[in-house]
Design a protein. Structure first.
Lengths: 235, 353
């Protein structure tokens, strides 16, 4: 039962409370640079997710044998080898997407979200939890990428899932949705400054939701305190 | 007894924000009049569109933030921002340009940072830059002065162009911008920049019809009118003279040095002064008390930096005019400038820091 609690906590941390994109603000460079369309965002998100799970598992496996002094170079080596795998795979199977992502695919190596998880969690915990943590953190990152990509694509080009066939194969070209017709593109949404502005709105939105939740919870506590005081004063 | 605590500048006339803003708006009237005289009704239509949008946006955000609506809505700051946006837009830009610009200026640049007095960037110029990078085609379709246009354009037709992209006779913006000889006319700054890239000298560019007899047909008078408005503001003590003076002097010196070194590839000093948004920027935008530097020494540095940036961007940058970009860059630098130009407290030695 205790193990279940731990997994729940890991999922909650990765997806919402300690989300790498919205709260830790890690890996902002790929987050802001490639989210101009949903397809690019998904491609990079899935690649990051894969690398995160594998690197977390491997780091956790070798954690007994890694000397503390040289742990960072070793983590980077592990991450880099998985990134190379992903890069070669994408080069082979989704070549156009590989070209779209460009330098940001190899740059996953330097994504602080990955090395951060290796250092903070995977190097101290058993394989199962570490890979689950990688999955949840990766999913959290993927979700932020996806939402940001969707908003920017709708605002900038008026479409959704444009070019999804690059990622998912030819059948996926039917996924393309024309939300509205634009004579002129809203370039700001496609350019990196627009990503920063949209990101700011998302962080604000998350804080608003957290505030609403926080406001809803402590009311119950106040009531119990009051009742206790009344009981003490009574006799 | 009440102590009235305020940040500098410590003025004993406790002028209300609305009175100051109203004065600045009045001072833009000569410039707007000159724009109307040379370019027709376009800018007036954009100003009214932007004002209405800005007031609506301000009202919505203020009611969401549960602020005192009547007091803050009519303090004039939103109207002034909208007027400045309307002035700086190309006269024949479509209507949604000024609407998007006003909403962005008020909601994102001003209110999201905490409202008047808390915004790090000048709302009008931030909105202008946002529009310029988002909609480059619409934002660079400058209308030539009325007297050069081969197709007449009255107020009704201007309305038609702004709202439907075509005049009632079916002419598009591109056709309206064409000279009788068939080429598309640009602003004087644009003309000079393009001509330099195709190898023409400044003297040759000065013969272009848009430049007219002096520095730019229409533009020189618009800038002169803003200069008059600015001097009126300085006379009324609404703005400090140091920022515009150091800005204009800095632009003058930079362009003078360049002109002396290579008169064939650098426009004259007065061409820089009386073109684009130079005077508008000097007297109405750089002097924004919220986003500018505070101390006198700081204002001098701020103005010099802005003048230098305007010159560099006009000369080397991708866009022909540079006031909006340099204002934003200077806004970013303003806190740092304030940090290093803090006036010495009376009675303290200058050396301690």
């Amino acid at each position: 039962m205790k193990l279940n609690e731990e997994y729940k906590e890991l999922a909650w941390q990765g997806l919402w409370k300690n989300n790498p994109g919205l709260v830790q603000l890690l890996g902002l460079c790929p987050l802001l640079a490639v989210t101009s369309t949903v397809t690019n965002a998904l491609g990079l998100g899935i690649a990051t997710l894969f690398v995160l799970i594998c690197s977390n598992a491997t780091v956790s496996l070798v954690r007994q044998w890694v000397p503390k002094e040289v742990r960072i170079p070793i983590f980077v080596l592990i991450i880099a080898s998985f990134v190379t795998c992903v890069q070669l795979l994408m080069n082979a199977y989704t070549f156009s997407l590989y070209q779209n992502l460009g330098i940001f695919l190899p740059l996953i190596v330097t994504n602080c979200a990955i090395i951060g998880r290796a250092e903070a969690y995977a190097s101290r915990n058993p394989v199962k939890q570490a890979s689950f943590d990688g999955l949840m953190m990766g999913l959290g990152f993927l979700a932020v990428l996806f939402v940001l990509g969707a908003v920017r694509e709708v605002l900038g080009q008026g479409t959704l899932f444009d070019g999804a066939n690059l990622l998912l194969g030819d059948w996926a070209s039917i996924l393309r949705i024309e939300v509205y017709q634009l004579d002129t593109q809203f370039l700001l949404a496609i350019l990196p400054p627009g990503a920063f502005i949209a990101m700011g709105f998302f962080i604000a939105l998350k804080n608003v939701i957290d505030d609403k939740i926080a406001q809803a919870i402590p009311k119950k506590q106040e009531k119990t305190i009051e009742r206790v005081r009344v009981n003490f004063d009574a006799p | 007894m009440a102590f009235w605590i305020a940040s500098s500048p410590h003025s004993h006339i406790q002028q209300k924000t609305s009175a100051l803003m109203r004065l600045v708006i009045y001072a833009t009237i000569p410039g707007i009049f000159a724009q109307w005289y040379f370019f027709g009704w376009g800018n007036l239509i954009h100003i009214s569109l932007a004002v209405i949008t800005a007031l609506v946006a301000e009202f919505i955000v203020l009611s969401l933030r549960e602020k005192k609506i009547t007091q803050q809505l009519f303090d004039g700051s939103a109207v002034l921002t909208a007027v400045l946006i309307g002035i700086s837009l190309p006269a024949l830009a479509p209507w949604w340009i000024s609407v998007i610009g006003a909403v962005f200026a008020i909601v994102v640049v001003k209110q999201l940072y905490g409202g008047l007095g808390h915004n790090p960037f000048n709302p009008a110029m931030a909105a202008y830059v946002m529009l310029l990078i988002s909609f480059p085609v619409q934002m660079t379709s400058w209308q030539p002065p009325l007297e050069l246009m081969s197709i007449g354009l009255d107020g009704v037709n201007t309305l038609f162009v702004i709202f439907t992209d075509f005049t009632s006779d079916g002419y598009s913006v591109e056709q309206l911008r064409s000279h009788i000889d068939g080429f598309t006319m640009a602003t004087p700054l644009d003309t000079v920049k393009t001509n330099l890239t195709i190898g023409l000298t400044i003297t040759e560019s000065m013969n272009a019809p848009v430049i007219g007899e002096h520095f730019g047909l229409g533009w020189e008078w618009i800038n002169a009118a803003f200069l008059v408005g600015g001097i009126f503001l300085i006379y009324k003590k609404a703005i400090d003279w140091t920022t515009p003076a150091s800005f204009l002097l800095s632009l003058f010196i930079c362009s003078l040095i360049a002109f002396i070194i290579s008169p064939d590839s650098n426009a004259s000093t007065m061409f820089h002064w009386f073109n684009g948004a130079c005077m508008l920027g000097a007297f109405f935008i750089l002097t924004d008390p919220v986003t500018g530097a505070t101390s006198t020494k700081g204002r001098v540095v701020y103005g010099i930096l802005a003048g230098f940036l305007v010159f560099i961007i006009r000369k080397e940058g991708g866009y022909p005019d540079a006031v909006a970009f340099s204002v934003l860059l200077c806004n970013m630098a303003a806190p740092l400038i304030d940090q290093y130009t803090r006036p010495r407290t009376y009675g303290h030695q200058g050396s301690e820091r």
